[in-house]
Design a protein around this ligand. Structure first.
Ligand code: ADE
Length: 427
C-alpha cells in the first residue's frame, strides 16, 4: 500500500539519503492515525481515486506523508509541495520521493522564490484535484495558470486562513471549481485548531528557547479555536494568560474563561511571551515593541508571517541582531532592551517543532481523504464554490475516532427519539 504507480517521479528534496529516517518516522506517526489507516485500507480495496492526479500543497510532515500514502492507496498520483517555507521535514520529503515514488518538491528553509517555484512544479503536473493548506496553490493556479483550470475537478482546503481566502475568491467570482472547507468540519477545527495548535505551539516555543512557562505572563493575540487552545495549555503550565481580541463575543468568552482581557497596548507592557494567532497583519508592531519588557519572546502561530511586524523590529534594532539559538533572532533595541523573535515569525509549531501530533492530524486528514472521495464521486455535478464537509463524514470520523480510543457512548431509546421528534409535550 505504499508505492505510487506510474512514470518516473520528479522531485526536489534536500537529501534523498534521509529517506530511511523518514520511513521510520512516518511509520511511527502512522501508529497514532487509526482512522486514516482504516480509510487507507478501504481505499486500497475500492480504489476511489484511481488515476486521479492530486496536487497537494501541505506541510510536509510525517502526518502528511500518511495522508499521501492513503490517497495513493486509493489510486491517486501524488504531486506534493510545501505550504510553508519552514515547515518541511526533509526526511519525510525524501522517503515520499524515494520509497513511494511520489513527485515531491519541498525543502526546509527555502526562500520565497523557490517556495513558489515548488508550487509551480506541482501545477505543471496538471492536477485534477487540489489539496491546499493556506490557499497558495489555488491562488497561484487561478492567477498564473488559467489554462490548467479546466482539468481541475475539485479541491479541499485545510486551514482557517485558506478558507477565508477562498470565501473572498467566491465573493469576487474567481473561484473556479468546487472546494471543500475541511477546516470547518467539527472533527477538524475543534480538535486540530484547539488541541493541536494548543500543544504544538507551546512545544515549538519550548524547543526554540527552553523557556519555563510557569510564572510567566503569556499574551495570546486572538481567541479563535487556536487561541483558545494555546491559552488553555499555557495556563496548564502555570503561566498567567492575557488575551487580546477585536471581537466582543470572543473577548467576553476569554474573560469568562478566566483570562485577563485588554488591548495590546496594555498587554505589551505586561507580557513575557507573546503569541499571535489572529490571521491578521501587524498585530505586534512598533508601538508594542517599544512598550515591551526586556527579554520578551515574540512568536506567531497564525498561517502567514504577517502578524509580527518584523520590519519594525529591524528598524528599531538598527542591525543590532544576534542568533543565540537556531530559531531565535534576538534584536537589541536602542535602550539596550532585547526582544527575541522566534522562527522568523512563521508558524512556530511547524518551524521549531513538528506541528500537531499525529493523533489529532488523524481526524483532520481523515476529513481530507473522505472529502476528496466525496467530491470525486460528485465529479462534474457541483458548481464552483466553497462547500462544507458533509455532516455524515464528520460524524463518521468522530465515531471511528471514539472506537479507536475505546470510548463507547449511549444511543437514544425509541421513547427518546419520539420525544425529540414531537412538539406537543411541554411542561
Ligand atoms: N498542520 C499543523 N500540524 C501539522 C502536521 N503535523 N502535519 C501537517 N499539517 C499540519
Amino acid at each position: 500500500m505504499s508505492t505510487q504507480l506510474g512514470t518516473k517521479a520528479k522531485f526536489d528534496v534536500k537529501d534523498t539519503g534521509l529517506a530511511a529516517e523518514g520511513r521510520r518516522r512516518v511509520a511511527w506517526a502512522g501508529q497514532s492515525m487509526p482512522v486514516l489507516h482504516a480509510i487507507a485500507q478501504r481505499f486500497a480495496k475500492e480504489r476511489p481515486l484511481a488515476g486521479l492526479r492530486v496536487g497537494a500543497c501541505l506541510h510536509v510532515t510525517t502526518e502528511t506523508a500518511n495522508l499521501m500514502i492513503a490517497l495513493a492507496a486509493g489510486g491517486a498520483e501524488i504531486w506534493l509541495c510545501a505550504s510553508n517555507p519552514l515547515s518541511t521535514q526533509d526526511d519525510v520529503a525524501a522517503t515520499l520521493a524515494v520509497d513511494h515514488k511520489m513527485n515531491v518538491f519541498a525543502i526546509k528553509g527555502v526562500d520565497s522564490a523557490r517556495y513558489y517555484g515548488h508550487i509551480e512544479e506541482v501545477i505543471k503536473g496538471n492536477p485534477q484535484f487540489t489539496m491546499d493548506d493556506g490557499c497558495d496553490l489555488v491562488t497561484t493556479l487561478v492567477t498564473k495558470f488559467k489554462d490548467k483550470l479546466p482539468a481541475v475537478k475539485g479541491g479541499t482546503e485545510e486551514t482557517t486562513t485558506g478558507v477565508i481566502r477562498l470565501r473572498s475568491m467566491e465573493k469576487e467570482r474567481v473561484i473556479a471549481y468546487p472546494i471543500i472547507a475541511v477546516n470547518d468540519a467539527l472533527t477538524k477545527h475543534l480538535f486540530d485548531n484547539r488541541y493541536g495548535t494548543g500543544q504544538s505551539t507551546i512545544d515549538g516555543i519550548i524547543r526554540a528557547t527552553n523557556v519555563l512557562f510557569a510564572g510567566k505572563t503569556v499574551v495570546v493575540a486572538g481567541y479563535g479555536w487556536c487561541g483558545r487552545g494555546i491559552a488553555q495549555r499555557a495556563r496548564g503550565l502555570g503561566a498567567q494568560v492575557i488575551v487580546t481580541e477585536i471581537n466582543p463575543t470572543k473577548a467576553l468568552e476569554a474573560a469568562m474563561d478566566g483570562y485577563g482581557v485588554m488591548p495590546m497596548a496594555e498587554a505589551a507592557r505586561r507580557g513575557d511571551i507573546f503569541i499571535t494567532v489572529t490571521g491578521n497583519a501587524k498585530v505586534l508592531r512598533e508601538e508594542h515593541f517599544l512598550a515591551m519588557k526586556s527579554c520578551a519572546l515574540v512568536a506567531n502561530s497564525g498561517h502567514f508571517n504577517v502578524e509580527i511586524d518584523i520590519e519594525a523590529l529591524e528598524r528599531l534594532a538598527e542591525g543590532e541582531k544576534s542568533r543565540p539559538r537556531e530559531f531565535v533572532e534576538q534584536y537589541r533595541l536602542g535602550d539596550d532592551r532585547t526582544i527575541s523573535l522566534l522562527g522568523e515569525g512563521r508558524l512556530i509549531n511547524l518551524a521549531a517543532a513538528e506541528g500537531h501530533p499525529a493523533a489529532v492530524m488523524d481526524m483532520s486528514f481523515a476529513n481530507q481523504a473522505l472529502s476528496a472521495e466525496y467530491l470525486i464521486g460528485k465529479r462534474g455535478t457541483l458548481s464552483p464554490g466553497v462547500y462544507p464537509v458533509p455532516i455524515e463524514i464528520d460524524e463518521e470520523i468522530a465515531r471511528l475516532k471514539l472506537a479507536a480510543l475505546g470510548v463507547s457512548i449511549d444511543t437514544l431509546t425509541p421513547e427518546q427519539q419520539q420525544y425529540l421528534a414531537s412538539w406537543n409535550e411541554g411542561t
